[in-house]
Design a protein around this ligand. Structure first.
Ligand code: 13P
Length: 251
């Protein structure tokens, strides 16, 4: 199971450091059966990343990646810092798609570059626009654009984040999440049906907290969660981790 913490730009560098320290004390070396990944903002990445060594079982990721190996791009993280301090990178978050106009093409380009430098992309997709013939056309188009640019042997993660569930306190209906997870797995399977393709985990994100996480843990096709606001304090994030690590919550 994956538990990803997207801190967005919600914390000061001091608060990011404090939160990382608290998590280091309380979760380092424990929960070896869960993939825990923290996504601080770029200012805090180095501090947080240096705190968690490979024995800590906690990984660190960037909230966005460089567009090209040599691109000079103000506001972007450099490829060398990216490769040095990140194990994962979040790409295609709907906040970036909507506010910055990030296209599927740009997201795919960043994903391919991340894979080249050994960073695992976590590609966020949303419902998109459907057509009369195919209500999931928009979702599939986001996925296919990524799949077209990435070698079928590469590892990445998909996070399904319906826009109306982000930051609203109202998570998506678990039945709908299960249905969408099935469509995502099927689209990936059809596109990269080769023996050496690794399994691609599918996560759900949008208003996940310790109260509602149980309804997503047991869903077929869901391999974890991407948590926003409930990951911003050690106590609330710990409550989520504890539920994920307890088998009784999978029933
Ligand atoms: P919330 O959990 O605050 O809804 O944020 C979800 C999100 O955007 C994670 O990437």
């Amino acid at each position: 199971m994956y538990i990803l913490a997207n801190w967005k730009n919600s914390l000061s560098s001091k608060d990011s450091k404090r939160l990382a320290e608290a998590l280091h004390t309380r979760i380092s070396g424990k929960y070896s059966d869960i993939d825990i990944v923290l996504f601080p903002d770029d200012i805090s990445i180095e501090t947080v990343s240096l705190m968690f060594d490979s024995a800590s079982m906690v990984r660190v990721g960037a909230q966005d990646g460089p567009l090209g190996p040599k691109t000079t791009l103000t506001g972007s993280i450099s490829l060398s810092n990216f490769g040095k301090f990140c194990d994962y990178v979040l790409l295609g978050h709907s906040e970036r798609r909507m506010l910055l106009g990030e296209t599927d093409e740009m997201i795919a380009q960043k994903a391919a570059l991340a894979i080249d430098v050994g960073v695992i992309p976590v590609i966020c997709v949303n419902k998109g626009d459907g057509t009369k013939i195919d209500p999931h056309f928009g979702l599939k188009a986001q996925l296919e654009s990524i799949l077209d640019h990435i070698d079928s042997k590469s590892k990445f993660v998909i996070a399904y984040e319906p826009i109306d569930a982000i930051g609203t306190g109202i998570p998506a209906d678990p039945e709908e999440v299960k249905n969408i997870a099935g469509i995502i797995h099927e689209t990936i399977f059809i596109s990269r049906n080769v023996k050496s393709s690794p399994y691609i985990p599918v996560l759900y994100g949008g208003s996940v907290n310790d109260k509602n996480i149980k309804s997503f843990l047991s869903l077929e096709g869901i391999d974890g969660v991407l948590v926003g606001s409930a990951s911003l304090t050690a106590d609330s994030f710990l409550r989520i981790i504890k539920k994920v690590s307890d088998p009784k919550h999978y029933k």
